[in-house]
Design a protein around this ligand. Structure first.
Ligand code: NAD
Length: 456
């Protein structure tokens, strides 16, 4: 028996014991997680700096802070979320009570990527705890410093029979996916998402897939260029572009590319100085493989601004590519780096068509003052979520579901949806004993008229 199947077997026994079911257990485990995070705050921020060169501000704002907020939301609402939900009973079943029990999925697997290694592991884990599940957590091997701190946090806050973390690469992933889970929560690329979905399908295991892809931005002729440039630069260059909901490319009304580039240059200089490679606020690329891949994408197009790289620190300066053709390498894959291709369009509908022809993105952004354009784009494009006149911030609202559609994923989480993601809605009809109307039982002769009056 491998260490993975042994741990899962122990977790199955622990789940069967019923320990995870009570409110008091779940709330104390959420508190234990928060307190272990607080005790290791410095180590976490150091690890994020080591893995991705994140400044302490960015590490807190986009990782730790978001995890605290999610745990806080679940702590505040857990009692209400766990309560059975009443449902209406149809007239044909009168004298019964209908309600929904929110039962834990059971033994769960959480697999996370390297770009927000803490947030994308701990936010789903908080959902698993709130939902009353056990969990085995498998972070990416690329963000190994953060994995090490998370391992320490998990092993001090929880026993392995309840929550365990395994580091490792391909062999660990494959061994874990070979086991039989009650639920899999996966965050990563669409390519690996397919592998996970197939593995889950072998046992009809439900799963949530949080994937990526190329998220577009439309900037129409009415957009406020300087505000657009600032908010676009912020969302694009956050974590050096290694953000699943980062704007991937910009479709700009004809004649506006050059003013946009000039305004973005100004913003980039304000945020990262005119020598961004020396700025401590510009994160690094996760590893050499991705660094070389992004450099290759830059080389395949015309650089309008930026383009500087540093082979030692693996930093790439914020880069604007213009003009860009649909056939350029940068338009063939998710960029996942600090590089923004800019393409001009003639007609607004052509910009919508450009997006519709491609896979459904995780995010979509529009900068415009024209409400008709905004509503046309929002109603005719299919995408996970997005913003009007901003980028990325939609994922900070716990009441908004976060997830993709089609190639960008399935299912969602955050806030109450994290609880829903990790629970099954079990439908119950509780019947009175004292009344048993004979109408539903054979023989049916002479009963159809009454049935038709009841079921219209
Ligand atoms: P990835 O798909 O390569 O890896 C994700 C996880 O899967 C890691 O834990 C990794 O160890 C594991 N894995 C890798 N290969 C595997 C295989 N063959 N079989 C089983 N498991 C395997 O993704 P990544 O490079 O870590 O992250 C970048 C991608 O993730 C981008 O596409 C990005 O858009 C997406 N992403 C999505 C979200 C979201 O919330 N939707 C968030 C962050 C990143």
């Amino acid at each position: 028996m491998s260490i993975y199947s042994e741990t899962l077997e122990n977790q199955k026994a622990f789940f069967r014991s019923g320990s995870t079911l009570t409110y008091s257990f779940r709330i104390s485990m959420l508190k234990a997680l928060k307190s272990a995070l607080k005790q290791n705050e410095d180590a976490i921020l150091d690890a994020l700096a080591a893995d991705l060169g994140k400044s302490r501000f960015e590490g807190y704002a986009t990782e730790l802070g978001i995890v605290y907020e999610e745990i806080g939301y679940l702590e505040k609402h857990l009692r209400r979320l766990m309560r059975p939900t009443k449902a209406k009973t149809p007239i044909t079943q009168f004298f019964s009570r209908s309600y929904i029990l929110h039962e834990p999925m059971g033994n769960t697997l959480i697999m996370s990527p390297w770009n927000y290694p803490l947030q994308l592991t701990m936010v789903p884990l908080a959902g698993a705890i709130a939902g009353g599940n056990t969990a085995i957590v498998k972070p990416s091997r690329y963000s190994s410093s953060t994995s090490l701190v998370m391992k320490k946090i998990i092993s001090t806050a929880f026993c392995d029979d309840y929550i365990a973390l395994f580091e490792g690469g391909h062999e660990t992933n494959t061994a874990l996916l070979d086991l039989r889970w009650d639920f899999i929560f996966f965050t990563g690329s669409p390519a690996v998402g397919r592998i996970v979905h197939q593995a889950a399908g072998r046992n009809l295991t439900p799963c949530i897939l949080e994937l990526g892809g190329k998220s577009p931005v439309i900037i129409d002729g009415t957009a406020d260029i300087s505000l657009t440039a600032r908010r676009l630069a912020w969302g694009k260059f956050l974590n050096a572009g290694q953000t699943c909901v980062a704007p991937d490319y910009a479709l700009v009304k004809k004649g506006m590319a050059e003013p946009l580039i000039a305004a973005m240059e100004k913003e980039i200089k304000k945020m990262f100085t005119s020598d961004p490679l020396s700025s401590e606020d510009l994160p690094k690329i996760i590893n050499e493989k991705h660094y070389e891949r992004i450099k290759g994408l830059i080389e395949g197009s015309v650089t309008s601004y930026g383009g500087e790289t540093d082979d030692t620190s693996l930093r790439i300066a914020p880069t604007l590519l213009y003009p860009v053709k649909e056939t350029d390498p940068v338009m063939q894959e998710e960029i996942f780096g600090p590089v923004l291709p800019i393409i001009e369009y003639d007609e607004f509908d052509a910009a919508l068509d450009f997006i519709r022809k491609r896979e459904k993105p995780l995010a979509f952004y529009i900068f415009s003052k024209d409400r008709k354009h905004i509503s046309r784009a929002l109603s005719s494009l299919s995408f996970g979520g997005g913003c009007v006149n901003d980028t990325v911030v939609h994922l900070t609202a716990p009441e908004l579901p976060f997830g993709g559609i089609g190639n960008s994923g399935m299912g969602c989480y955050h806030g109450r949806r994290s609880f829903q993601a990790f629970t099954h809605d079990k439908a119950i009809m509780d019947k009175a004993l004292w009344l048993d109307l004979p109408v539903r039982y054979a023989p049916f002769k002479g009963k159809l008229g009454l049935l038709k009056r009841l079921m219209r």
